[in-house]
Design a binder for this molecule. Structure first.
Ligand SMILES: Nc1ncnc2c1ncn2[C@@H]1O[C@H](COP(=O)(O)OP(=O)(O)OP(=O)(O)O)[C@@H](O)[C@H]1O
Ligand SMILES: [Mg+2]
Length: 494
């Protein structure tokens, strides 16, 4: 007699075959006990069962090989383990898809980073808000979001503002010209070591690396060796000046020291002061212009009190910053670097998700180098980076940007309606050729999920009623009153 529902490894099956009596079912660990499920029925290693090493299995029905043969059972199986957070339903097998990029490391993934790609309105943000934010918070994760897209119901704030309030918080808002929040790029949380001091790449980016990326971003080109030297010299001098005056260093002090270098510094370099000033002029003037215009009040003062690592959900709202120009990429990079440095130094840090919507602003430009360095330390600090894009063409080939995406071991590909975009996704994520027609025709809320080196599978993302309300981004198109929605869902809005 065999138990047709009992699953076991090959070895186990052999052992079971010798057993005349099926082993007694072992109860689930206390925390997981559910009266309706008998866990690990038929397992021999009870200790293993007790520690939750096996998948749950219903107690089998007793049958004979002859009977089982005629049933000709082809048993579809879930493409993922049951350990993880529910994403949705595997469309081939009908099984629930559970995956959690942090928990899956290092078993099925080599890193905890996630990339989500898809056409406009394919339901990417919906996955981010639920599976990337709300559900992980239930298991004690912190979530930090950079919210780029204005909300459809109130274009003066980002689309995560509602979710943030639902969790009892308020977004940290960045606005041009002041009146919003500020992160000082020389915040003491960000390591002050200069690139010359840095010996390894295993620490988060320092103030110096960040400053260089900001300078390159505002200039729109790499800085020359002389400009770099003038910038580093002014940075060091500004830190000393600030210490001597007991004030917090800011980028304005650096600009001042580029225009008016210290005599001591030029003597040390064996050049006159005018030469040192000339090396730094272009960088200084361009930085000055940006600090007074596009970046005014966002990175040039002391960090405001609302910028802090807190438990639960933190939303950095950058939705009011202009799409064009470097301000957006700079502010996103400063947030990312500040956060990585804070987590790196925190003693009792929680595992954290860092969710970046419209991430091409982060990876397209010279700040990508800083983001990549942040990504490299993420494993050490329990960080899972989530990047959202529309198309693979948003990611320049052969750059740091491409490396950032390729270092994501969990990939979600939503619909790509245009053939070149679908083909590019197949190439970028090493998907089988058969994925191409699937990607062209994926329905809203359905994606191809690829975890590590495993075969991709088609999955329908599921949302609870509350999640459906919170992820509805069609409010402006499909105007309905609150009471109508309550009737739809039978629930009060958040
Ligand atoms: N799991 C789902 N199943 C079916 N429909 C969904 C699902 N998730 C979201 N939708 C619908 O799709 C719409 C668009 O979702 P969402 O805003 O998440 O898309 P998006 O890909 O982030 O769009 P964009 O590129 O504009 O940011 C939502 O308003 C919602 O009505
Ligand atoms: Mg979106």
């Amino acid at each position: 007699m065999i138990n047709i529902f009992t699953r076991a490894t090959t070895n186990k099956r052999k052992n079971n075959a010798k057993t005349t009596k099926p082993a007694k079912a072992v109860p689930a660990p206390r925390a997981e006990q559910r009266p309706d499920i008998t866990w690990d029925a038929g397992r021999q290693t009870r200790k293993g069962s007790r520690y939750g090493l096996y998948d749950p299995a219903p107690e089998g029905a007793i049958s004979t090989t002859r009977q089982a043969e005629v049933s000709n059972l082809a048993v579809p199986w879930s493409p993922t383990s049951y350990k993880g957070l529910l994403f949705g339903i595997d469309l081939e097998s009908g099984w629930g898809v559970m995956h959690d990029p942090i928990f899956a490391y290092p078993h099925t993934v080599n890193n905890a980073n996630v990339v989500v790609i898809g056409d406009i309105g394919s339901a990417k943000s919906s996955a981010g808000k639920t599976w990337g934010c709300l559900r992980p918070m239930i298991i004690g994760r912190n979530v930090i979001v950079i919210d780029k897209k204005p909300s459809d119901s109130n274009p003066e704030e980002g689309e995560y503002a509602e979710l943030c309030r639902y969790q009892g918080g308020e977004p940290v808002t960045f606005k041009i010209g002041g009146g919003g929040s500020c992160i000082n790029i020389f915040d003491p949380s960000i390591s002050a070591e200069t690139e010359e001091d840095s010996t390894t790449g295993e620490t988060p980016p320092s103030q110096s690396m960040l400053l260089r990326a900001v300078a390159e971003e505002v200039l729109g080109r790499p800085i020359s060796p002389r400009e770099g030297k003038a910038l580093r010299t002014a940075h060091r001098r500004a830190l000393k000046d600030a210490k001597a005056q007991s004030i917090t260093p800011t980028i304005r002090l650096v600009i001042h020291r580029m225009i008016d270098p210290a005599e001591e510094d030029s003597t040390h370099l064996e050049i006159d002061k005018t030469t040192l000033r000339e090396w730094g002029y272009d960088v200084a003037f361009e930085l000055e212009r940006f600090v007074e215009e596009d970046l005014a009040g966002m990175i040039d003062n002391e960090t405001t009190g609302d910028v802090k690592l807190k438990d639960g959900l933190t939303v950095f709202d950058v939705s009011q910053l202009p799409e064009n120009g470097p301000a957006l990429a700079i502010v996103m990079t400063v947030i990312n670097t500040w956060m990585t440095n804070r987590l790196f130094k925190a003693k009792n840090r929680r595992q954290t998700h860092f969710v970046v919507e419209e991430a091409w602003h982060l990876v397209q430009t010279s700040v990508a180098k800083v983001i990549r360095r942040n990504q490299k330390v993420s494993r050490a600090i329990g960080l899972s980076n989530w990047f959202f894009f529309h198309h693979v063409s948003d990611i320049p080939a052969g750059t740091d940007a491409e490396a950032i995406i390729k270092e994501c071991d969990t990939v979600l590909v939503y619909q790509q309606k245009k053939a070149p975009d679908a083909r590019a996704a197949v190439d970028m994520f090493d998907l089988p050729a058969s994925s191409y027609p699937t990607i062209l025709n994926l329905a809203t809320g359905t994606c191809l999920m690829k975890i590590g080196n495993e075969a991709p599978f088609e999955v329908k993302h599921l949302r609870s009623d509350v999640e459906t309300i919170l992820t509805d981004t069609d409010k402006a198109l499909v105007a309905r009153t609150t009471s109508e929605k309550e009737q739809d869902h039978g629930l009060p809005t958040a």
